[in-house]
Each structure stands twice: as C-alpha cells, then as structure tokens.
Design a binder for this molecule. Sequence first.
Ligand code: HEM
Length: 439
Amino acid sequence: MTTSVLPNPIGTSPSALLYAMRRDPLEFFTTLAREHGDIVRFRLGDHEQDLFLVNHPDYVRDVLVTQDRNFTKWFAVDRIKEVLGDGLFVSEGEFHRRQRRLSQPAFHGERIAAYAEQMVSLAVRLREGWIEGAVIDVCREMNWLAMMIVGSTLFGANVESDAEQIRDALDEILEQFERSILPRADREDFEKALGRIDAAVYRIIQVRRAKSEDRGDLLSMLLLAQDAEGDGGRMSDLQLRDEAMTIFLAGHETSANAMAWTWYLLSQHPEVEEKFHEEINRHLGGRAPRMGDVMELSLTGRIFSEALRLYPPLWAVGRRAIVECQIGSYTIPPGSVVIISSFVTQRDPRWFPEPLLFDPERWQPAARSERPRFSYFPFSAGSRSCLGEAFASTEGVLCLATIGQKWKFRLAAGAPIALQPQLTLRARNGIKMRVERRV
Ligand code: HEM
C-alpha cells in the first residue's frame, strides 16, 4: 500500500480556516480544492476531527461507489436527524437497504409515467395564476409547485392549505442549520417549526389510514410495507413518519431550487432561452407536454442538467470512514470525515472548460463521453444516490416546458442575486422576477 503525504493548507491555522468556512463555505471549499489539489486534509477551529475534501472524479467514485461500504453518512449538523428521524436519507446498513427496497417501486419508470400528468396539470395551474408584468419570487413559486407535486403524486394528498406554513417552517429550520454551525441556535423556534411540518405529515398519514385504500402510491407502499424476506412486521408509526417526512422534504426542496435556478439562468442567456422556446413550439405546438415528450425535449433536458451542474441543490455530501481506506495513494484513517462537493467538482475547469459559462451543449452525448463519469454527480452516486433522480429529471423537463410555453421571466430591477449555501443551495432573499408573456 503506498501512502502519499496529504496536502494540507500549511500555514493556515484551523481557526482561520473555520472563520473562512463560516464566512463563505462555497468559496472556502473551492479555494481549498483549487489551491491544494484533489484531496486535502484540514481541521476547523478546535475540533479534533480530521476532514478531507475530495475533489477528483476517481476519488469521488472510490468514496461513493467502489468503497461505499467503508463509509457511513455524516452530517455536519446532527439536527438533520431531529427532522428526518431514521428515514432513508439518514438510516444505515441493512435497515437502510430494506427501507430503500420498500420505497423503490414508487419510483419505477411506469410509476413516474403515471405521475407525469399530475406534474403537468399542477404546472398549468401555477402558470395560469400569473398575470403579465407581475413580479414573483420564482423560488417561492417553484417551491409551491414542487411541494404540490410530491404531495399529490407520492402521498395522494392535497397539501395546498399547508403549503405556506410548511414553507415558512422549512425556512426557519434551514436557517437554523446554517446558523447552528455557530453556537446556540434558537431551540424553541426550531421545535415550533418542526412541530408544524410534523403536524402536516401526520395529517397526511391519518387521512389515508382512515380510508384504508391502496392507491398504489408511495404512501400506500409504506403503509402496506411488509418485509417479504424479513420478520414480516409492519413499519412502526414513527418509522412511517420518518420515511414520509424524508421523501416529502427531500422531494420538494431540491427540485424547487433546481427549477428556480434554471429560470434565473435562462433569463441571463436569452440566446439559450430562444432555442428553448423553439424546441417547445416545435414539439408541442400549443398542447400540454406528456411523459412521451420528455426524451424529445432534449434541449430542455440539457438545460436542466446544466443548471444542476452550476447550482447543485445538495452542494456537498459527507461520509465518515468506518475503517482505514485507501483513496488513490492516500490513506484515510478510520473516523475521518470525507467531504465531496458537487459544487466544487462540477465547476472544475479540467472537466468543464470555462466552468462558469452556462452551456447546455456540454450535455450533447459526444461532449459527455469525453469527461470522467464522476465529474458530475448532482444526485450523488452509489448505494446512497438519490432515490428520486428519475422523478426529479422528469418533473424538471415537464414543468419547465409547461411554464415556458406561456411565460418568460426577467430579473426585477434592484433584486441582487446571492447564493445561500444552507443544507441546500438556495438564493438569499429569493429570485424576484417579472413575468412576461412569450407571445
Ligand atoms: C433536482 C432534484 C434533486 C436533487 C439534486 C437531489 C439530490 C440528492 C442527493 C445528492 C442525494 C444523496 C445525498 C448523499 O449522498 O448524502 C439524494 C438523496 C435522496 N433523495 Fe434526492 N434529489 C433531488 C430530488 C429528489 C426527489 C424528487 C426525491 C423524492 C421524491 C428525492 C428523494 C431522495 C431520497 C429518499 C434520498 C436518500 C436516498 C438514500 O440515502 O438511500 N430526491 N438526493
């Protein structure tokens, strides 16, 4: 086994590094990778924890795929467990594999095809509510849309009356995550916010239980779930709540961000926007899109992929080594934490020349095949990859096409756009845009 000496930000004290990370985590990780290479060891403040930022596609593959059993998940903020409990995002080992197996059928191709119609009809409803010249916050609007889509497709629930409350509660929780890197986040506000989301999730479960019908959606699967190979026991109420909460939150916060950033990027690149409009006109004429159009709307797909490259909603993931591992020629001791940032790697000029340029043509098959597979991983990879990847990709294309048929958006004057890297990559203060009729 060869062991190279790990690059270390020599001369920079852990407290200076902590300060830099708190000030701007995206800038901090980007600089660390660009200045110190594909794997960097560092410590923050007086924490005794060795942290490794891993940036090379081969190392990303090693951690997420080839050696995934050598790692467990790691959360910068343990509070995520207070929200998601022992749901899929958080659970480990055989239990995680079992729960993932139970939920998986709700995400198979034929199920997603069945959700397409609801995705489009909710997008139509949203677009019909806007008026020419109005200023909207596309983050808020996309949040409503993504939440309604997850609620109706996977839970058979109309979450409209809860949407505002859930959104505000989630804002509070995510802000607390951001602040709790600093000491003493406000516990009482956190619990109140969590209580509001909890109440909504329990309400969804109770309504379905009361009807005891099998609608073939995710909630039915969870309610009926019995482990065919195992003890045959039903999931406890608490576990059901944890799984429902996980998919409800993971399934809308991420997609909403991705769609909002896409509208922003299109507004900044009218030449791409024009081609996007041409594609929608050519394929759809005036009719609403359907599942069968998703493959045909190939530029729309490339636009969404490119938006996920520049603004990956889950911009970093963490893993903890449970045994000593060899990543490239480096030895990672057990207990160390490895951080992988899609934001950093996906903006690396070695894989994406002129990385800040929004260029959907990077996603043409020929261009794609020239890049290492793990230079792009907005949905992560391996056994912990996103369960909702196909759902989200379908939703993205269908919603963009449906809304883009009627409207385009332009940044409202005096609305500066700033990244807010919380648990997800949000826009600080939202993205205020003027609604303009296309024709
Ligand atoms: C553009 C939208 C989305 C993005 C960028 C995204 C990204 C991700 C990423 C990066 C992970 C892995 C996190 C890690 O490795 O620590 C993940 C996990 C997960 N995602 Fe997504 N996601 C999206 C949409 C969705 C949707 C729509 C759903 C469900 C409806 C969903 C459900 C999940 C679940 C359940 C997990 C945990 C999987 C496991 O650990 O087994 N996601 N997502």
